[in-house]
Ligand binder design. Structure first.
Ligand code: UTP
Length: 234
């Protein structure tokens, strides 16, 4: 059995309420659970979180209070994924790392959202991977790996096949952290990955079946982040 934390970007799970991929994601996670893996999925806020945060700013709310709205939306998305998973998932959203560890004793898939302002669900996923001694963290968002620059803005951007943790941190510090930030990975998360030594894999979350290729064998095109020669512990 492999214990794995998957950070599922809200931007790929529920980009909008009309264009969600809840069923595709539930199907992929069920395949992994049936194969005997203990799965923790940390769900992001997606487009709805950004829309609420934009309203918060419009009415003059500070960034941390706007983050609290983002957290509420991540938990609503988490609840939707639990509903799509049915009996495969523990029926409550984990609101703390302790909750997540307790829920995992049932061997069901554990679903979590955000926990605290000033970070994103990538940081939650990295902490959870550390606390649960997971073999790896998989980050699945609306991009197919880590690039030297934002490929939507810079045609010269190149994708990394592998990257050291310091290289990842250097890329992130160029960006700015604010509520609803569009950074590919957050700095807190990168620092936790660095100190824990847990390998991080970044793959395209618009195709949920790719997570099965990582964990069940097969080729995948993404970025592997780590400081050792990374062989996947599966
Ligand atoms: P995320 O940024 O993690 O979700 O949370 P996302 O945007 O859906 O993720 P990607 O881009 O697809 O990967 C949404 C917002 O919720 C707040 C932040 O404002 C964040 O931008 N949040 C989330 C927190 O403040 N703390 C948390 O622990 C998690």
């Amino acid at each position: 059995m492999t214990r794995v934390v998957i950070s599922v970007g809200g931007s790929v799970l529920v980009p909008t309420l009309d264009t969600h991929r809840l069923v595709e994601w539930a199907d992929a996670l069920k395949i992994l659970a049936k194969a005997g893996h203990q799965i923790f999925a940390v769900v992001g806020g997606g487009g709805e979180a950004r829309r609420y945060i934009s309203v918060c700013r419009g009415i003059g709310l500070d960034e941390a209070s706007s983050d609290e709205f983002g957290i509420l939306i991540t938990r609503i998305n988490a609840k939707l994924l639990i509903a799509a998973l049915g009996e495969y998932a523990y029926p409550c959203v984990a609101e703390s790392y302790l909750d997540a560890k307790k829920f995992a004793l049932t061997r069901r898939i554990v679903i979590m959202g955000g926990v605290t302002p000033g970070q994103t669900t990538d940081a939650v996923a990295a902490c959870l991977a550390e606390e649960t001694c997971s073999s790896m963290m998989i980050n699945m968002t609306a991009i197919d790996g880590i690039y030297s620059a934002d490929p939507r803005k810079d045609p010269e951007a190149v994708k990394y096949g592998t990257l050291g943790t310091q290289g990842l941190i250097d890329l992130i510090v160029r960006e700015k952290l604010c509520a609803g930030s569009n950074m590919v990975f957050d700095l807190v998360a990168a620092k936790i990955i660095e100190r824990s030594g847990i390998p991080l894999i970044v793959i395209d979350g618009r195709d949920p079946s790719l997570v099965c290729r990582v964990l069940l064998g097969g080729e995948f095109a993404g970025t592997i982040v780590g400081d050792k020669i990374v062989t996947l512990p599966i």
